[in-house]
Design a protein around this ligand. Structure first.
Ligand SMILES: C[S@@+](CC[C@H](N)C(=O)[O-])C[C@H]1O[C@@H](n2cnc3c(N)ncnc32)[C@H](O)[C@@H]1O
Length: 249
């Protein structure tokens, strides 16, 4: 086991298998784990997190039935107009926004993983992509730049969402759209509940919390769709995510 963590050649699937990480949820997040993780696992995450997964991400997303890209396109493409701009935050390999290229939408992407961004860039449909940390960076565009901002498969790696809503609200145009996914908190009445698996935190957000942020940042709720993903392919465990589309007033 020690060797696996030290090896630079282990395949991502081997790593998932040895480490007992669910390759779909915990594995793809930021590295929010602190003291509980211990040095070795943290090191493991930072060394391998996206570096080895990036090249297989699009295939894995199909296996895990990650339906957000399709649902997002099906809903938002109805509203698409010419000469519009879409910003995808936590863009990864681009799967949640690349389809909008066929609608002549100008695509922009931000992500904290250079390996994921490299795959995204190679698809040659994005106008620009930048390394960016949603925890601490300001979105590098002027106020009211985008008709569409999406954040798909990302917010469950963050506890409080106020600062993220504030950052995003700044760059969405009036009448523009903010589309994102959450994992819903059915566990208790708190704005978010935490689940820690192998030292990786996942956050489940309540609908009430999202509703209060929607009002606070002058959005209205247009659409919600819950869909089921396969969390663990071996155990056939599932996990529901919810796509929410808001419109700026
Ligand atoms: C599960 S993937 C989702 C990728 C893509 N949006 C999709 O729909 O498939 C999560 C993405 O969020 C990115 N990410 C995680 N933490 C981030 C942060 N703090 N700032 C920016 N991106 C982050 C990861 O690099 C990864 O590409």
């Amino acid at each position: 086991m020690e060797d696996v963590f030290e090896s630079g050649n282990t395949s991502v699937l081997e790593i998932c298998c040895y480490s007992t990480f669910s390759p779909w949820c915990e594995f793809y997040g930021d590295i929010p784990c602190e003291k509980s993780t211990g040095y070795r696992k943290k090191d493991f995450m930072s060394k391998y997190n996206y570096k080895n997964i990036a090249s297989v991400y699009d295939n894995l997303s199909k296996q895990h039935q990650w339906q957000a890209p399709e649902l997002l396109f099906n809903f938002l493409s109805e509203f698409v107009e010419n000469e519009t701009k879409l910003l995808d935050i936590g863009v990864g390999t681009g799967i949640s926004s690349e389809r909008f290229h066929s609608k002549q939408v100008e695509l922009y992407g931000l992500d904290s993983s250079s390996e994921m961004l490299a795959i995204c860039k190679a698809k040659d449909v994005f106008k620009e992509v930048f390394l960016f940390d949603l925890h601490k960076d300001k979105i590098p565009y002027p106020e009211a730049t985008f008709e569409y901002v999406i954040c798909s498969g990302v917010l469950h790696f963050f506890s409080s969402l106020e600062k993220i809503f504030a950052k995003i609200s700044r760059v969405v145009k009036s009448n523009g759209f903010f589309a994102f996914t959450i994992i819903e908190n059915y566990k208790n009445d708190n704005p978010y509940a935490t689940e820690t698996t192998n030292g990786i935190n996942l956050y489940y957000h309540s609908k009430e919390y999202i509703k209060s942020l929607t009002n606070q940042f002058n959005f209205t709720n247009l659409y919600e769709q819950t869909f089921t993903t396969i969390r663990d392919l071996d155990k056939r465990e599932t996990l529901d995510h919810t796509l929410i589309v808001l419109r700026k007033e």
